[in-house]
Design a protein around this ligand. Sequence first.
Ligand SMILES: N[C@@H](CCC(=O)N[C@@H](CS)C(=O)NCC(=O)O)C(=O)O
Length: 223
Amino acid sequence: MSYVLHYAPDNASLVIRLALEHQGVPYRTRLVDRSKQAQSSPAYLALNPNGLIPALETPDGAMFETTAILLYLSEQHGKLMPKAGSERAAALKWLVWLGNTLHPMLRIMFYPHIYTKGDIEDIRTPARAQITHMLGLLEQAQDVAWLEGPISAMSCYLAPMLRWCAIYGGPAWFDLSDHPRLMDFALLMEQTEPVHRAIAAEGLGATPFSAPRPATPPEGSAT
Ligand SMILES: N[C@@H](CCC(=O)N[C@@H](CS)C(=O)NCC(=O)O)C(=O)O
């Protein structure tokens, strides 16, 4: 059985698509039609009871949670994580930080109505400050060789998040030029084949990370 990635264009499933493309692993995709709230359908909830995208069908059962899927794929096919030593320790630390710390803060920015019935700016203003602070930590970190290195689980995760910051979360609140090291990372990622294939599959445009525009996908919708 090959993998089946349940995806919506420009959703967190893009992280998994990039990882699968980088590994050269065969997979099929199945659209989760967000315009019809298909992520809340009984069929999808059977795969991911959280009603969140992505889900990945694997020979070992259906998986959810982006970080868990990345680690699983790394264990199965390599190429996404250093194997041992201080490099692996640093990679694990930053991978879980991306999934556990940065991504949830982005969700607060993108889905503020979940968190307040009042003025969404009361939620977005502190979230924006937190995200800026977190990206500053990455800019300054000494143990993030993956920012300059070959594609990794971390780079598959970070690049889409930089894109989403520029597109979602209210009127132009994010400028990647304020983070020069991350801009260099985005430009580097855009030169890779896995990214070119994801661009074609999800209509992400020529500069999906350094100067993103809303997706124009061949099927489905991002929101
Ligand atoms: N913790 C989840 C978060 C996934 C997530 O936030 N998915 C978003 C799309 S990027 C989603 O499904 N949104 C639809 C919704 O909230 O109804 C993971 O790591 O997979």
